[in-house]
Design a protein around this ligand. Structure first.
Ligand code: CA
Length: 309
């Protein structure tokens, strides 16, 4: 059952807050500010936000399993292992280990590991025509011990990822087609196949685009809706919208459960400029670009998966 949620802006504003990932070791949250080219660490106990600067747009940050200061990240069109102690404003080392053949107008966007620690990440095109992203110019990749592989092509804007509790389904968002799809998933080979739409935002009369997502212990999805000022809870088995969390930020971007008991939902948002005709709508929201902590949802998430290199 859903209680009335408590929504607390805990840090910000960021330019384009994204990619929240709870770190069990340090009991803190890693995230990125894509347009500021920074990775960040937020400690909910001290409320301190640390930032480290990179020289390219950074799509996501996921810790490397068993290491306290190594992360896999999307940097521009490539994937890199970086060293950061979570404290300093400088990154100690950047190893651009996996290079894609993406066009330079593209960049790596959201990324996450499957339950075995295999990484998945996709790209987006930064070029727009008529204020909408170019279509089908991007790809979706995996990285494991055997290296970088292309898993899907003709993607438009690769975003949220999640796996079902039994690892047999992979849930995926290409924001430009306004839906969430479920693919059959083989955790041994990493193969994804047979994508089916399980939730369509337009059919549910929802504004905005689906962005980042996570799954809870009941197997329900939590999806951030960009330009929708909300996070929605969706049952991927029935395709039903179960609950909505409204946030005081228009451009809600991603979600991750965290906290000692995984009962805190961290929500990132952006403060990206909008066309003049949309400014009035955006300015109605008091906390554009903030990181939020949402409690009282009556659900728990799962520990995040680090990158098994
Ligand atoms: Ca995103």
């Amino acid at each position: 059952m859903n209680e009335k949620p408590v929504i607390e802006p805990v840090a910000g504003p960021l330019d384009l807050g994204e990619g929240p990932h709870w770190d069990e070791k340090s009991q803190s949250l890693y995230l990125v500010d894509i347009s500021a080219k920074q990775i960040l660490n937020f400690n909910p106990h001290t409320k301190v936000l640390k930032r480290a600067q990179l020289d390219k747009k950074v799509g996501f940050v996921v810790p490397v399993k068993g290491k306290s200061d190594e992360f896999v990240t999307g940097l521009g069109t490539d994937l890199a292992i970086i060293k950061w102690n979570g404290e300093n404003s400088a990154i100690e080392e950047v190893d651009l280990r996996w290079k894609t053949n993406e066009e330079q107008r593209n960049r790596i966007n959201d990324g996450k590991c499957d339950p075995s620690g295999r990484l998945y990440a996709g790209t987006m095109c930064e070029e727009k025509v008529d204020n909408f992203w170019l279509q089908e110019k991007c790809n979706f990749y995996s990285i494991d011990k055997s290296g970088l592989k292309t898993k899907l092509s003709k993607v438009s804007l690769s975003n949220g990822l999640a796996w079902s509790l039994d690892s047999k389904k992979f849930y995926y968002i290409d924001s430009c087609i306004y839906n969430v799809r479920a693919f059959d998933y083989d955790i041994t080979t990493g193969n994804i196949a047979n994508g089916q739409v399980i939730f369509d935002l337009k059919e549910n009369n929802l504004p905005g685009l689906p962005d980042g997502m996570t799954i809870d212990k009941d197997g329900n999805l939590w999806v951030a809706v960009y330009n929708g000022a909300r996070v929605i809870k969706v049952d991927p088995r029935s395709g039903k919208l179960l609950f909505t969390v409204e946030l005081p930020a228009l451009q809600t971007t991603s979600v991750a459960f965290g906290g000692k008991n995984y009962d805190e939902l961290y929500v990132t948002s952006a403060n990206v400029p909008v066309p003049p005709e949309e400014e009035e709508t955006k300015n109605k929201y008091t906390h554009n670009g903030y990181l939020f902590k949402v409690t009282g949802l009556g659900v728990k998430g799962l520990p995040p998966v680090d990158f098994a290199l």
